[in-house]
Design a protein around this ligand. Sequence first.
Ligand code: NAI
Ligand code: MG
Length: 506
Amino acid sequence: MSTTISEKESREKAARHVSAERPILEFGGAWEYAPAPESKDHVRLESRYGLFINGAFVAAKAKGHFDTINPATEEKLAEVAEAGAADVDAAVRAAEEAYRRRWSKLKPAERGKYIYRIARLLQEKSREFAVLESLNGGKPIKESRDVDIPLAVAHFFYHAGWADKLSYAFPRRTVSPIGVCGQIIPWNFPLLMAAWKLAPALACGNTAVLKPAETTPLTALHLARICQEADLPPGVVNIVPGAGETGAHIVNHPRVAKIAFTGSTEVGKLIQRATAGTGKRLTLELGGKAANIIFEDAPLDQAVEGIVNGIYFNQGHVCCAGSRLLVQESVAETVVRKLAHRIETLRLGDPLDKNTDVGAINSKMQLEKIRELVSCGVEEGAAIHQSACPIPSRGFWFPPTFFTDVAQSNRIAREEIFGPVLAIMTFRTPDEAVEKANNIPYGLSAGVWTDKGSKIFQITSKMKAGVVWANTFNKFDPASPFGGYKESGFGREGGVHGLRAYVELT
Ligand code: NAI
Ligand code: MG
């Protein structure tokens, strides 16, 4: 097999795509996309946001406001109130009151109606939410528009349906709610994670105090507006922005019955320690370092698309990202060549441009972490390949990158980078692939690419990972449970399994 796509081949390919009248473009010529920016005019941004407690936006009692920015431009978008201990206490009390007096007493079908209402309102405003998510988090509009927001909506619809059918989810058991749920979410899928947390909690009859991540509070606060519009009883949902300290106040509050956390393994461990012996329920969805395994009999072009989706989707800020590529030795050279070619076509830039594939890194801190791990990869002797795409002068950016000549012991092969950086390793036999894939403290997800159905069953059943995709990657559905093994956490979100964390069964 040839190792480079010849110029002639590429030119012929390009020629097939243009009509006879048009001039044939030289491959690599300046065939530029016209900018296709999504409008921001329909987004109603406040200059200052309060905390959402007991159905109203209120000022923080002791702390002030913090700025929330657009990571693509570093421009300030708004000021957001930061919740301190007294605010968290007020939110928990409001949630407890709402739980006792209203929400847990409501007929389940009525609960369902409120959740349907939230789902429909969110769906109606999906354009506003998509723009807001991209502005505040840096992700490409095509992802917030086609993935984040529709999935968040689907999550509310799905769980609205469960509200009055819990006895079917848990047959022959008495199902009761558990009380006030404290929910702490990260910045990589801000609205979607809010939906993953709130929808099942509410459907099962619980109330919630939710803390969005410090860099991405805006869509959660706009979701609070939707709760108001839906006439959700005050106190059922409370939103308290802030940083780790605010999160710790939620974790340590004695009136909180359950903690649901998504974020780093480091903080997950702190939370597990803090809740041990308190009787609080806990689910943790933590980091990952997924193996994406490509066998020689896989449809390689499709697999390359799967690799790209696995690691460059959402700038690689994905806990289940396919960040370790394991390729069978016989096709490694071909896959690497195709991938090197493919990453040059990824468009990095303005998240609001509909042509953008790779948006901004979420924060300066995250960019520094990515840079540190990448330089470590270079120092440890791996070979770096980076897209030559232009990088905007302002904002936080990192080009699509992959490493070859990676050793299993390298930091880039073991630690979660949480950026658009892939570590490529090879294997010879299926057993070796399984061994290498599982040789990691994490166990959140994995991918397998092969033409053989029997091999899919053989390999996927040996993966120590909560989710395994076959001939695809990063596919989500509210009916499908998601969660990890080992240092990736415990508990499942989504599907019937996800309901289990929010009910008491007797
Ligand atoms: P983090 O775990 O510190 O933040 C996640 C959430 O936890 C945020 O809302 C944060 O305010 C809150 N938090 C932080 N400290 C807390 C504490 N002591 N008690 C309660 N809540 C607390 O993650 P961070 O620092 O933003 O990112 C660091 C690394 O963690 C990333 O580079 C990535 O590797 C990993 N990460 C993994 C995520 C996942 O989805 N599995 C999501 C975010 C980060
Ligand atoms: Mg942190």
